[in-house]
Design a protein around this ligand. Structure first.
Ligand SMILES: [Zn+2]
Length: 375
């Protein structure tokens, strides 16, 4: 196993490459492509004001000028704060309840909504359908176990925005905490692929997905964004965004509570990233999360190596979570264990249109619209 000399990405990413300094291609991409085009510590007030102005103009006479998907996690919470307090926008906060919210996520959402005095719309996913799709994905044996939740979150948001003619979407996606995008093999399937979801569900699902929102990547990237002109904005790339400071600020202003680690707002994702992925597949998503923080100078490599040397949550807790997840999904513990022990697969074992998504991503990279390394 080789590990990058700068960050903590290693050859558990089988396509990783190292240069003469021992730096991985994510670090080189950060140094050559992202850093020169991004003023990390300073922000870009001029650009932020331009974006705010265009959103406000389009929103004249409307109830809301933009929509923000809110999970209760740090990135989306801080994006909501920036939108209201630094951009002067009138957002609708939009939350999708897919059944796995931690109490802390729910409490953070309530505190933000009160503190910012904005409206919240919560869409609740039909739990029987959610459960059916999640069990189908677990049975498929592929690493990408967050596709059901991600699909629900993004599809519901896009569909709501489209139906209510909201043109501007604010996202908490950002370089500061996410510049090292995890490789695709680590469950980072790029986008919502209705073909893949449909095939997995056809083979392993048991009930029709009558209401479950699935908006294919072609619909939101091409129809919504290119034809209808829906725009996605990334304000966290234009303000100084340092994880620790942002957590302190939200805590101080709203009583918002920080999480132990990224994605811990969902009880399923926490289990998936800290138990299922590392133990079934050998992939540690925390490597990518920590590497983003190392590249942006927010964490030392030593601290990251120490954190990665053990699970984020203790063994007893993880075993309890295994039971919780099994029961919540309507299974007995041995049934979930059987799925865990079954052979690992990849999306290549199912119908998909990954080639088409890859073509689109290459075009975006060539146009300079996607700066993160995508492979
Ligand atoms: Zn690296």
């Amino acid at each position: 196993m080789s590990i990058c000399a700068k960050c903590v990405m290693d050859s558990s990413d089988q396509n990783i490459k190292f240069d003469h300094r021992g730096w991985c291609d994510y670090c080189v991409n950060f140094e050559e492509i992202i850093a020169p085009s991004w003023s990390f510590n300073l922000g870009d007030k001029i650009r932020l004001d331009q974006i705010s102005e265009s959103i406000r103009q389009d929103g004249v006479g409307k109830d809301f000028d933009c929509i923000i998907g809110l999970s209760g996690g740090l990135d989306s919470s801080y994006a909501a704060y920036v939108a209201v307090k630094k951009m002067g926008l009138r957002p609708l906060l939009f939350h999708v309840d897919a059944g796995w919210n931690t109490d802390q996520a729910v409490s953070n959402i309530e505190k933000l909504v009160d503190g910012l005095s904005v409206d919240l719309y919560t869409e609740v996913i039909n739990w029987e359908e959610m459960k059916d799709l999640q069990v189908a994905f677990l049975k498929s044996g592929i690493p990408d176990q967050d596709i059901p939740q991600d699909t629900a979150f993004f599809s519901a948001l896009y569909q709501f925005a489209h139906k209510n003619k909201i043109k501007h979407i604010i996202t908490g996606s950002n370089y500061s905490t996410e510049c090292c995008r995890e490789p695709e093999e680590w469950g980072g399937y790029p986008g919502i692929d209705k073909t893949l979801i449909g095939d997995v569900h056809k083979r392993f699902g048991r009930r029709p997905l009558a209401t479950f929102p699935i908006t294919d990547i072609l619909v939101y990237k091409v129809f919504y964004q290119k034809i209808l002109g829906m725009k996605v904005h990334y304000p966290l790339n234009h303000v100084p965004y340092v994880k620790k400071n942002a957590e302190d600020e939200l805590e101080h202003l709203f009583g918002w509570q920080r999480f132990q680690h990224k994605h811990h707002e969902s009880r399923f994702t926490r289990f998936y990233e800290d138990y299922w992925m590392p133990r079934k597949f050998g992939y540690h998503k925390r490597r990518a999360h920590f590497s983003s923080l190392i590249m942006t100078g927010q964490m030392t490599r030593e601290v990251a190596l120490d954190r990665i040397s053990r699970p984020e949550m203790d063994e007893h807790f993880l075993q309890q979570e295994f039971e919780y997840v099994a029961h919540k999904l309507g299974m007995r513990v041995p049934e979930l264990q059987e799925i865990f022990d079954a052979p690992n697969k990849t999306f290549h074992d199912y119908k998909n249109k990954r080639w088409l998504i890859g073509l689109g991503a290459k075009v975006l990279s060539a146009l300079g619209l996607e700066k993160r390394l995508f492979r």
